[in-house]
Design a protein around this ligand. Structure first.
Ligand SMILES: NC(=O)c1ccc[n+]([C@@H]2O[C@H](COP(=O)([O-])OP(=O)(O)OC[C@H]3O[C@@H](n4cnc5c(N)ncnc54)[C@H](OP(=O)(O)O)[C@@H]3O)[C@@H](O)[C@H]2O)c1
Length: 119
């Protein structure tokens, strides 16, 4: 059984991934996003509120579920908002990835390969 944790599961991509993974017998699916779970389907996965810009929130969720694989879809995606709020865009789209990597390293004690797929 592989534990897969998805961030930003209230978003477009995150929801699609949860729908693809939930109810799979070989996957324990951990869905995380900011605030309440807004997905319509509530079964076949576990949900935990997690703000990726808060390192203590990330660390506690990682320690609780100890994921094998992390799929990070949480992001600030509005381009105009990113241009107008550059510090927030950096925090959500760059620094928060560091928090995720650090939390993962703390539970797995291994090096991490981080892939960023550009579309
Ligand atoms: N959709 C596509 O077709 C597509 C294609 C290629 C690449 N991508 C990439 O995939 C990623 C996600 O795209 P998307 O279309 O799914 O965007 P999206 O619908 O805007 O989803 C992003 C999610 O991230 C959540 N989020 C924002 N800040 C957060 C935080 N601090 N902690 C936890 N969650 C947070 C948002 O929560 P709220 O809903 O509460 O604001 C939102 O649900 C982006 O990097 C995007 O560039 C998407």
């Amino acid at each position: 059984m592989t534990t897969i944790l998805v961030t930003g599961s209230n978003g477009l991509l995150g929801q699609k991934i949860i729908y693809a993974l939930r109810n799979r017998e070989d996957v324990k699916c951990i869905s995380t996003s900011r605030g309440e779970n807004r997905m319509k389907a509530k079964d076949g996965y576990l949900y935990s509120s997690m703000d990726i810009s808060d390192p203590s929130s990330v660390a506690s969720v990682f320690e609780k579920y100890r994921p094998d694989v992390v799929i990070n879809t949480a992001a600030m995606t509005n381009v105009d908002a990113c241009e107008n709020n550059r510090e927030e865009a950096w925090l959500l789209n760059v620094q928060s990835v560091v928090y995720i990597i650090e939390a993962y390293r703390n539970i797995k004690h291994i090096s991490l390969v981080c892939l960023r797929i550009l579309f």
